[in-house]
Design a protein around this ligand. Structure first.
Ligand code: DMJ
Length: 687
């Protein structure tokens, strides 16, 4: 089912859509919530109103019990007050009933029609009495409320004011209009490759997906991951108590492989069981790239509303992570309190409202934190720098700019910071907003931050010039300070520690070959070939890291020192956990060059996976890729289905399956459509 035609999804002023306006109070680029002057004025007003009501109660209580109090009222207090004369063009509003009574009398020609001073006085008194009664009622209701309810009302009011302010400032800060085609018609529909040998290979990869899925379903259905050897569920602490990581991660792979039945059972599970109302401390990054990314991707491919609903619901739950002085989010967040408050709420403005209430709790309970091992309580570049793509889409999917605000603030903080040698250190303190330690890596802790700069540029239909500049500046500095050639001519990306190089490259770093090639077209003048070449060289090095092992799958990290090249020398770096980065680079290199060696290398990986990682109960990682006898780690990682198998499948598909000019792969290989500026282009391409 298509997503629903061409949609200028956010052409109305920010805040005009679903739940719009939360961003006005809480989503400013400062990343802090509820502390604006409007909010303060409103709280103050509420207290004043209470005091005033009490005062009126006392005064009028006394007046009504005094003899001849009407004289007192007319002579002393109200006689000369023109504001209390009935206005000629008054409209129903507070006190309208008294006014209506006067009007009715006038129509009937009764005594006391307008103009008659006695009647006017009576009307005024009636109106005063009515206002007074209402104030009493409200004061009574307020006194009966729980403190939490009063707090909620204050917040609701604040939010309303923020919304009004936002819509009054139409055009002040709006997301650009974008067009989203019924995107699954743009190359998400499977077509058989013409070449029989290629078709057969692709079919084999689909069979691998079936094996992985079938066993997950049989032994670990609903759990995060499968233990393929011991045949049970595997729970990763990364997702807290959120369950079903493999299901959500696999959705779009099932879709593009045309595994309809499996996709449908996965969708049914999401509908019935995917639950974020759990007592769980989750990794904001992991939950974002796998769950939010997986759900958004499934939504765009299938058009099923449930995926959009769940993605936005989860996105909202992640927002409290941004409550830090700098707006740089915490790595870990307990999403429990949010869950309790949203359990019974309907999707849309209602739970978004409640989100803002829950936030008060979060602000005071300090529920976010960073990894205890991270330098000086820092947030990690690759984590907070890998939210951008999904959060931009969340804003378009919810109509609420708050998600975009949060990640644009991260961008601003990073852009404004002084960078050592133009490099981005891996650690940033969210309290001070300053770098914590000068360690730089294009592998673990840094990797996908660079990837997301490039992809933000591409996903914005090449309008996000800031992302483009930051990306090309960053990779220039990386090339100068981190990229080296080994004695035998292998190009590698080392790690930088305060100016000293560690000549080690991680499996994770291997994604960079594809990244360099993907960005090459838009490189500064004269650099396109250079970056394509750099991509090819990294691909070759990573292939070597595979080729120099016994199993022909690469280690977690390999070194270029002590007389070795592209080989792991430390026992704790020899494992392979079904990671995708090397085949990911092959996929981009294949698409961008059509050099047949990338298909050849990809097929080597398929054969190695079949020979060494496939077990009866699924696919397992290996503890040592140099060891002649398999030692299984007994985990079928969810990214094996989301990424490794998807990239392999694409290498043996035609280029019109998920064309790169329409689709951006998030760092977990989930599909996000380009936010197109051009309706016509989208229409044409969609045909
Ligand atoms: C995946 O979750 C993502 O690719 C992430 O960016 C890095 N680690 C794993 C795969 O290795």
């Amino acid at each position: 089912m298509p997503v629903g035609g061409l949609l200028p999804l956010f052409s109305s002023p920010a805040g005009g859509g679903l739940g719009g306006g939360l961003g006005g109070g809480g989503g400013s680029s400062s990343g802090r919530k509820g502390s604006g002057p409007a909010a303060f004025r409103l709280t103050e007003k509420f207290v004043l109103l209470l005091v005033f009501s009490a005062f009126i109660t006392l005064c009028f209580g006394a007046i009504f019990f005094l003899p001849d109090s009407s004289k007192l009222l007319s002579g002393v207090l109200f006689h000369s007050s023109p504001a209390l004369q009935p206005a000629a063009d008054h409209k129903p509003g507070p006190g309208a009933r008294a006014e209506d009574a006067a009007e009715g009398r006038a129509r009937r020609g009764e005594e006391g029609a307008p103009g008659d001073p006695a009647a006017s006085l009576e009307d005024n008194l009636a109106r005063i009495r009515e206002n007074h009664e209402r104030a009493l009622r409200e004061a009574k209701e307020t006194l009966q409320k729980l403190p939490e309810e009063i707090q909620r009302d204050i917040l609701m009011e604040k939010e309303k004011v923020a919304q009004d302010q936002l819509s009054n400032r139409a055009g002040f800060r709006r997301l650009p209009p974008v067009y989203l085609a019924p995107v699954n018609t743009i190359g998400a529909i499977d077509r058989e490759p013409a070449d029989a040998a290629i078709r057969e290979k692709r079919e084999k990869i689909k069979e691998m997906m079936k094996h992985a899925w079938k066993n997950y379903k049989r032994y670990a259905w609903g759990k995060n991951e499968l233990k393929p050897v011991s045949k049970g569920g595997h729970s990763s602490s990364l997702f807290g108590n959120i369950q079903g990581a493999t299901i959500v991660d696999a959705l779009d792979t099932l879709f593009i492989m045309n595994m309809k039945d499996e996709f449908e059972e996965a969708q049914a599970w999401v509908e019935e069981n995917l639950n974020f109302n759990v007592n769980a401390e989750v990794s904001v990054f992991e939950v974002n790239i796998r769950f939010v990314g997986g759900l958004i991707s499934a939504y765009y491919l299938s058009g099923a509303e449930i995926f959009r609903k769940k993605a936005v619901e989860l996105g909202v739950k992640l927002l409290p992570a941004f409550q830090t002085p700098s707006g740089i989010p915490w790595a870990l967040l307990n999403i429990k309190s949010m869950g309790q408050r949203t359990r019974d709420s309907r999707f849309g403005a209602y739970f978004l409202r409640f989100w803002s209430l829950s936030l008060v709790k979060f602000q005071t309970s300090g529920i976010g934190r960073n990894w205890p091992w991270a330098s000086g309580g820092s947030s990690i570049l690759a984590e907070f720098g890998t939210l951008h793509l999904e959060f931009m889409h969340l804003s378009y999917l919810s109509g609420n700019p708050i998600f975009a605000d949060k990640v644009m603030n991260i961008r601003t903080v990073l852009n404004n910071l002084e960078k050592p040698e133009g490099l981005y250190p891996n650690y940033l303190n969210p309290n001070s907003g300053q770098w914590a330690q000068y360690h730089v890596s294009v592998g673990g802790l840094g990797d996908s931050f660079y990837e997301y700069l490039l992809k933000a540029w591409l996903m914005s239909d090449k309008t996000d010039l800031q992302a483009k500049k930051m990306y090309f500046d960053a990779i220039k500095a990386i090339e100068t300070h981190l990229i080296r050639k080994s004695r035998n001519g292998l190009t590698y990306i080392a790690e930088w520690k305060g100016g000293l190089l560690e000549h080690k490259m991680g499996h994770l770093t291997c994604f960079a070959g594809g990244m360099f090639a993907l960005g090459a077209d838009d490189a500064p003048e004269g650099m396109t070939q250079h970056y394509l070449q750099l991509g090819a060289e990294i691909a070759r090095t990573c292939h070597e890291s595979y080729n120099r092992t016994f199993v022909k799958l690469g280690p977690e990290a390999f070194r270029f020192d002590g007389g070795v090249e592209a080989i792991a020398t430390r026992q704790n770096e020899k494992y392979y956990i079904l990671r995708p980065e090397v085949v990911e680079t092959y996929m981009y290199m294949w698409r961008l060059t059509h050099d047949p060696k990338y298909r050849k290398w990809a097929w080597e990986a398929v054969e190695a996976l079949e020979k060494h990682c496939r077990v009866k109960g699924g696919y397992s990682g290996l503890r040592d890729v140099y060891f002649t006898k398999e030692s299984y780690d007994d985990v079928q990682q969810s990214f094996f289905l989301a990424e490794t198998l998807k990239y392999l499948y694409l290498i043996f598909s035609d280029d019109d399956l998920l064309p790169l000019e329409h689709w951006i792969f998030n760092t977990e290989a989930h599909l996000l459509p380009v936010l197109s500026r051009n309706l016509k282009k989208v229409e044409e391409d969609g045909k």
